[in-house]
Design a protein around this ligand. Structure first.
Ligand code: NIG
Ligand code: FE
Length: 407
C-alpha cells in the first residue's frame, strides 16, 4: 500500500504579518501537509519550490490564524431583556446582585441537553471561524455544579473535534455563586477544589482554571485557594481581574505564574510589575468595556512601559460582551484603548497564543509551525483594525487545509 504523497501548497506575492511584524517586501509561504515548510522573500523563491507545488495561490495579506483567547461561547438562552434593563439605567452589578446576569444564563444552560447546548453554540463558533479564528478558548462557568460544568466542557471539546478549529478549554466553575451555595462562597470554592476540578482533570476536560475575582465574584483569598488546587493538579491558572474594582486579582495571578489576567481596567503599577516578572499576559476585552459603557481605560501606557504582552479577545458571552467578531475587537482596541494596529494584531495572534500557554507553537507564521493562517482581501495588515468590514477573509487555512474560500 503506497502512502499518499504529502500535498504541497504555495502562496506567493503576499504581504505578510507573521505575528511579530509586517515584512516590507512581498513574501512566499509554502506548506507541506499540515506544516509551514518555507517562508521567504519572493526573489529567494526557487523554481524547484514553485514546480513542486500542487496548488499555488497569488496575492493578499497573510496573517496567522486569529486566536480568540477568552470566550464563553458555550451557553444557552439570551439576555436581551437585561440589555434593555441596562438601557433603562440598571447596572451590570445591580442585575447580578438581583439574581440575573450570569445566573440567568446558568438556568438556561442547566436546562439544555448536551446536544442542545452543542447546537446552540454552533452559530457562535462558526461566526468566529468565518472571521478568521483558528484557535479559540472556551470557558465553562454557566453550569456551577458538577454535571453541568462537565457538560459545558465536553461540548467545548466536541466543537473542537468536529470542526476545523483548535479549542482550548478553561474550567471557570468559580464564575458566580450558584443558588445551592447561597451565602457560602467558601463552601463552593471547596466544592470546586474537591469535586469539580478533580473530575475535570480525570476526564481531561480542562486545559486551565479561571476565576472571576471581583466583588460580585470571589475574593482574593478564595481565588488563591482555587489556584493552589489547580497547580496541585498541574493546571495553569488565569483570572477575570480588576474589571469593576481593584481587588488585587491580577497580582495574585502573577504570584501563581498565571497565563493571563483578563479585563484589568483597574490594574495598578505594582500588579503590572508583578505580571511583567511572571510573564503573565494582559488580556484586554474591549467588547465588555464597550457593552458595559465602562469609562476606566486599562493602563496601556504602563503595560507598554513594563513590556507586558497584551492580548485582545472577544469575551464572547451572553451578558457583558455578546459579540462574536474578533476583527471588530481589533478596531475597538485601537479606538477605545489607543493600541496601535500592530499591537492589536499581535494581540490576536502571538500574544493571544501566549495567553493560552501556546506561544511557542501558535500565533506566528514560521517554518515548522502548524499551517494555520488567513489570507485577507486588503492592502495592508493595519486595514484589518482600521475598517469594520466583514467579507474580507479570502481564505482560512487550518492545518494546511483551506477551510474557507471567498466567492
Ligand atoms: O468576562 N466577568 C465575568 N464574566 C463574563 C461575563 C459573563 C456574563 O455576564 O454572562 C465576562 O465579562
Ligand atoms: Fe470573560
Amino acid at each position: 500500500m503506497s502512502a499518499t504523497p504529502t500535498e504541497r501548497k504555495l502562496w506567493t506575492e503576499i504581504t505578510l504579518f507573521d505575528g511579530h511584524q509586517t515584512f516590507d517586501q512581498l513574501m512566499a509561504v509554502s506548506v507541506e501537509g499540515d506544516r509551514i515548510a518555507l517562508v521567504c522573500p519572493m526573489p529567494d523563491l526557487s523554481d524547484e519550490t514553485i514546480q513542486a507545488a500542487d496548488q499555488t495561490f497569488v496575492g493578499g495579506v497573510m496573517t496567522p490564524g486569529l486566536i480568540d483567547c477568552h470566550t464563553h461561547l458555550v451557553f444557552s438562552g439570551s439576555r436581551a431583556d437585561e440589555f434593555e434593563q441596562r438601557l433603562e439605567g440598571a447596572s451590570y452589578e445591580e442585575i447580578a446582585r438581583q439574581g440575573g446576569g450570569i445566573l440567568s444564563t446558568v438556568h438556561a444552560t442547566r436546562a439544555s441537553s448536551e446536544d442542545a447546548l452543542f447546537n446552540d453554540s454552533l452559530p457562535r463558533i462558526h461566526a468566529l471561524m468565518a472571521d478568521g479564528v483558528t484557535t479559540v478558548e472556551i470557558k465553562s462557568g454557566y453550569g456551577l455544579n458538577l454535571d453541568d460544568e462537565l457538560k459545558m466542557l465536553r461540548v467545548a471539546r466536541r466543537l473542537g473535534s468536529e470542526l476545523p478549529i483548535q479549542v482550548v478549554t478553561t474550567l471557570l466553575a468559580a464564575h458566580a455563586l450558584p443558588p445551592e451555595f447561597k451565602d457560602n462562597a467558601d463552601g463552593y470554592i471547596d466544592f470546586i477544589c474537591h469535586e469539580i476540578l478533580p473530575k475535570a482533570v480525570t476526564e481531561q476536560l480542562a486545559d486551565a482554571v479561571d476565576v472571576f475575582c471581583e466583588g460580585i465574584g470571589f475574593s482574593v483569598a478564595q481565588s488563591e485557594k482555587l489556584f493552589r488546587a489547580a497547580q496541585a493538579y498541574g493546571l495553569p491558572i488565569k483570572s477575570h481581574a480588576e474589571q469593576l474594582s481593584n481587588l488585587g486579582g491580577a497580582k495574585l495571578t502573577a504570584k501563581y505564574q498565571g497565563l493571563s489576567a483578563d479585563h484589568i481596567e483597574w490594574l495598578d503599577e505594582e500588579a503590572i510589575k508583578a505580571m511583567a516578572k511572571a510573564g503573565t499576559v494582559a488580556t484586554l476585552l474591549p467588547g465588555a468595556f464597550y457593552t458595559l459603557r465602562d469609562t476606566q481605560v486599562p493602563p496601556i501606557e504602563l503595560l507598554r512601559q513594563y513590556q507586558v504582552p497584551m492580548a485582545i479577545a472577544t469575551d464572547g458571552n451572553p451578558g457583558s460582551s455578546p459579540i462574536f467578531q474578533l476583527t471588530l475587537m481589533l478596531n475597538m482596541a485601537c479606538t477605545l484603548f489607543r493600541l496601535t494596529p500592530k499591537e492589536a494584531l499581535q494581540g490576536v495572534t502571538l500574544n493571544a497564543a501566549k495567553a493560552l500557554g501556546l506561544g511557542d507553537q501558535f500565533g506566528s507564521i514560521a517554518q515548522g509551525r502548524q499551517a494555520d493562517f488567513c489570507i485577507w482581501k486588503i492592502n495592508t495588515p493595519s486595514e484589518l483594525a482600521y475598517a469594520v468590514q466583514p467579507g474580507r477573509l479570502k481564505q482560512r487555512v487550518f492545518k494546511g487545509e483551506v477551510t474557507h474560500e471567498l466567492g
